[in-house]
Ligand binder design. Sequence first.
Ligand SMILES: [Zn+2]
Ligand SMILES: [Zn+2]
Length: 105
Amino acid sequence: MPRAIPRLFSRAPLCCELRMIRRQTRDNSKGNGNRWFYSCGECGHMVFDDWEGIRDGNPLCECKEISRGQKERGRDYVFRCARGECEYRSEDEEDEEDEEDKEDD
Ligand SMILES: [Zn+2]
Ligand SMILES: [Zn+2]
């Protein structure tokens, strides 16, 4: 029996004063296959409608909510606003592997 994926949003969020459209990813090249997300028909902004990467212990974003941690291409683990409502962004630099260009700042 397939596991029901809990939804993050109880109703479609607004973006550009329009309701965002719920869709499902097809491309699995980044390990994001068959995930539900909302996208804005105006600006193309998107936000996942699931709880992937949202865990107790993640830092709080500017909405004072638990952020979503995700691997981003070419980067480390990045935490962002789970609902995409604020610009919060934080990189987890714990397990940096390539430190070639490391600068002290
Ligand atoms: Zn928009
Ligand atoms: Zn937020």
